[in-house]
Design a protein around this ligand. Sequence first.
Ligand code: PT1
Length: 284
Amino acid sequence: MTLLRCGRHEIDLSSPCVMGIVNVTADSFSADGRIHPGAAIAHARRLRADGAAIVDVGGESTRPGAAPVPEDVELARVIPVVEALAADGAIVSVDTIKPAVMRAAIAAGASMINDVTALAAPAAREAVASGGAAVCLMHMQGEPRTMQQAPHYADVVGEVRAFLAARARACRDAGIEGDRIVVDPGFGFGKSVAHNLELLRRLERLAELGFPVLAGLSRKSTLGAITGRDVGERLSASVAAALAAALRGARILRVHDVRETVDALAVWRAVEPWTELQLHKGLQ
Ligand code: PT1
């Protein structure tokens, strides 16, 4: 059994789980500019009811071309949402690259930090280590504003794997236990369509590192390139991509469409030979 320790929570990853995406953006603000986190909190509660094991709260977009958000703005967006969800007993992840946001989020009850720069800052490693949080270490080439301009690799799988192994080592050296570390190839972060597909096809190579693998493909442009669909029409493509990742060893699937992904995983689980025993015992 693979257990991930997140703060005082434990997640059983012997079968894949779903992380629901909660963006705290313009929608969460009233017309006068004051924070109104209610919409984000309600959305996160719906995702949990739909079967999300983790909710990932983000106040700064990292998608291609996105601009940075000031620290005070990010804090004001994220912290009220973390407080409300943690009070519900939720496993809350916070998608941030700023050590001050990590510290405040953990103090507000977050039990996982999702950092697209893989805890590059020493203060970030210290915040996660002292807070007892889990961490998702993600690979990115370049920075969000410009990363899609000319992504280049000699060996994309080998380079991403070596990067994640080195980041995991740095985290352990900083006092973060191995059973709190998750790794992520960072689909769409400085990668062409061919790079993303190669990483997905050979995801087992990353699972071999011995840490649970998180895969985030939901609604991304690679799925648009494959299907010809706009971002709002990528539900089936996203579910298929999540399942393809799960089949190759991903243990956490970061998605917008939680209910649909949970159903797809349930069918896959029921078909897998290793579920036969539980089925005979419990589901007859
Ligand atoms: C991810 C991820 C993330 N993705 C983790 N955190 C985003 N750990 C934000 C596109 O090509 O995969 N893993 N946080 C969203 N980023 C993108 C990137 C969104 C690319 C869209 C695209 O469309």
